[in-house]
Design a protein around this ligand. Structure first.
Ligand SMILES: [Zn+2]
Length: 133
């Protein structure tokens, strides 16, 4: 029943019914408004959960971070901590060297299989390639 129908019924009944009947109708009207509000909240929550589920279906974990697969495209990497705790897919940014990644949301730092520990004792520095030590 639409709210306009309830208003019309209310106006009609005010003229013909007792105070007790009018109070019952008022209570029903308030219940109706409360239920409409609850439906809107549930729709929003449902939409959010659907979105999270769709995102999670395309994610796969490859130590130490997540990747997103859509068709033939591998996108990422994405922060493991942000995804696991907040269900947010935060794109990692390259760090100071190859294999080093940083999350600008939670400030996590990751080192993947391409990471090579810098040799600070080395006397030769190749300035043409900042990722090579
Ligand atoms: Zn993060």
């Amino acid at each position: 029943m639409a709210i306009d129908d309830i208003k019309a019924a209310w106006e009609l009944l005010k003229k013909t019914t007792s105070i007790e009947s009018q109070e019952i109708i008022m209570t029903l009207r308030e219940d109706h408004l409360s239920l409409r509000e609850e439906i809107l909240q549930l729709k929003e929550e449902n939409s959010k959960l659907r979105s999270e589920t769709e995102n999670a279906e395309n994610l796969f974990y490859e130590d130490p971070y997540y990747w997103k697969i859509e068709g033939d495209v591998k996108d990422g990497p994405f922060c493991q901590l942000c995804n696991d705790k907040q269900k947010k897919q935060i794109r990692l940014q390259t760090g100071y060297t190859k294999g080093n990644w940083k999350c600008h949301n939670c400030k996590s730092e990751y080192f993947d299989k391409d990471y090579i520990e810098p040799d600070f004792n080395s006397t030769t520095v190749d300035y043409s390639n900042p990722f090579k030590y």
